[in-house]
Design a protein around this ligand. Structure first.
Ligand code: ZN
Length: 159
């Protein structure tokens, strides 16, 4: 018999990685498309605010490591121009964000099947928190899940 844990409303990429470590199997959330409507793209380092004026002259793709149609064809500057003017920008961002979430799910699943989920978690956390400032709740959850993330986690200061 199989038992699935389904999390409605989860969520952010970090939440999905943490909840998967704790045993959740399925997710359902508006976040990727809702945040796209506000001009925000999901990237391995966290989020990218395309409405920010710094994006106006940035000719890189949203995420240089992403293979989606949007990242292959459009610059941050072009999408900045769209999201500050009409709805087409949020459609492109939704496409990228859903692609990002599907790849995250696929990579996460593959790492479990291949027996390297702890390494996947560390790689994910190192990209999102390059300074090692992984939130304490994430460290606590990983300890409960039995996943050692000490290599990508800076020790907490007592202040
Ligand atoms: Zn993309």
């Amino acid at each position: 018999m199989s038992v699935y844990a389904i999390f409605q409303g989860v969520g952010y990429p970090l939440d999905i990685v943490v909840c998967s470590a704790l045993g959740a199997d399925m997710y359902d959330c508006v976040y990727p498309t809702r945040t796209a409507r506000f001009g925000t793209a999901l990237i391995p380092e966290g989020v990218l605010k395309l409405k920010h004026t710094a994006m106006a002259d940035d000719v890189r793709p949203i995420d240089p490591t992403c293979n989606c149609m949007v990242c292959k064809n459009y610059t941050r500057a072009y999408i900045h121009c769209l999201v500050t003017k009409d709805a087409m920008g949020s459609q492109l961002l939704s496409y990228h964000n859903l692609y990002y979430m599907m790849k995250l799910g696929r990579d996460l699943h593959t790492s479990i099947i291949q027996g390297c989920f702890p390494e996947f978690v560390c790689g994910f956390l190192q990209k999102m928190f390059p300074k090692g400032d992984v939130p304490e709740w994430v460290c606590n959850a990983m300890e409960v899940a039995g996943i050692d993330i000490s290599s990508c986690c800076a020790p907490f200061s007592s202040s």
